[in-house]
Design a protein around this ligand. Structure first.
Ligand SMILES: [Zn+2]
Ligand SMILES: [Zn+2]
Length: 335
């Protein structure tokens, strides 16, 4: 382990921390894993030991029905991993429990962001800018075209659509972990206290958020609605996959909305039959990605997944050393 940073090695299925033989967000089961957050492409089941924040471990327990080998580490806590390497978990601002992982070995500091964003989110702790030598960043929305508007604007569009359609409901497609709870919490922050109706697939994760101190107000299941009429003029949340399936027939003339960073691309909205695209993302947009690299100011930037080329080019143009890692198994599922 004499040459600089030889203790950390990117492999196609994850970042390998060599001396303690631990993997970060591995896309296949390993004996020991560090997990940045609960989205399925980062938090696979089946590891012997999983080191993560308590909220991430709770999310994994909910998804995989086991907490075997769970090792909780709170934000700001440092744990020795063996082989002279330590890990510190820092908030990433992506979803409940999401963390950047700071790895230190012989004075060398490497940060793996997992997914992150800089925009405020009432459902999770904000991203902390932390100095390091190598900054390993995501790039899901790593193109200049991706600018996420302030969420208040998009929530305003949602409320306006509801006001214009008092005999319908607004059906909002949102991922069950993170996006759904963020949209609900933002609605509550504007003073909306009426019932928000949920698809059954969202109930358990909303309960988990509540248990972790994120108040979501009056939520009820669509399956418990006494009639279609009860849902007129209200907001209904469902996973994106349910937007156009049989399930939505029980709703009163739904206006279909979708909360995703991809809604910036009109064609994507059209393909999904979305009438009300809401550009709401839990990832950093282009401006946040480049600003964050400038603020962290590492010696080197490694780019894990997403649209690497443009960010790589930006780093070159601003005289920053960078490389793209060809990691496999990460999807855009959690946008
Ligand atoms: Zn994610
Ligand atoms: Zn991801």
């Amino acid at each position: 382990m004499s040459s600089p940073f030889s203790w950390i090695r990117p492999e196609p299925w994850g970042i390998h921390v060599v001396p303690p033989d631990i993997w970060v967000d591995p896309s296949r089961p390993v004996p020991r894993a560090l997990v940045t957050h609960g989205h399925a492409d980062h938090a696979r089941g089946g590891h012997g030991e999983t080191i993560a924040t308590p909220a991430t471990l709770a999310i994994m327990k909910l998804r995989y029905a086991t907490s075997q080998g769970a090792v909780p580490v709170g934000y700001g806590e440092t744990v020795p991993l063996g082989g002279g390497v330590s890990a510190t978990f820092l908030p990433a601002g992506h979803v409940l429990g999401s963390a950047q992982i700071l790895l230190e070995h012989a004075g060398e500091r490497v940060i793996i962001t997992g997914d992150y964003k800089r925009a405020p989110d009432p459902t999770c702790a904000p991203f902390e800018v932390t100095p390091c030598d190598i900054f390993i960043t995501e790039a899901t929305f790593g193109l200049p075209v991706f600018t996420h508007p302030p969420i208040g604007e998009e929530i305003g569009k949602l409320l306006a659509a509801r006001a214009e359609n008092p005999d319908s409901c607004i059906l909002v497609g949102a991922y069950a972990l993170g996006k759904a709870q963020r949209v609900i919490a933002e609605l509550r922050a504007t003073g909306q206290s009426d019932t928000i109706w949920l698809h059954g697939a969202m109930e358990a994760m909303c309960n988990l958020y509540e248990e972790h101190g994120v108040a979501l107000g009056d939520l009820r299941l669509v399956s418990d609605a006494p009639s279609k009429e009860a849902m007129r003029g209200s907001i209904v949340m469902a996973p994106p996959s349910a937007l156009n399936d049989r399930w939505s027939r029980r709703l009163p003339e739904p206006v279909t909305a979708m909360a995703s960073g991809w809604m910036r691309v009109r064609q994507r909205a059209r393909q999904r039959g979305v009438e009300l695209p809401l550009v709401i993302s839990d990832h950093a947009d282009w401006g946040e990605l480049t600003r964050t690299i400038a603020e962290v100011n590492p010696q080197e930037t490694w780019i894990t997944h997403g649209r690497e080329e443009a960010l790589l080019r930006w780093c070159e143009l601003s005289q920053r050393r960078a490389r793209a890692l060809a990691l496999v198994g990460y999807e855009d599922e959690d946008d």
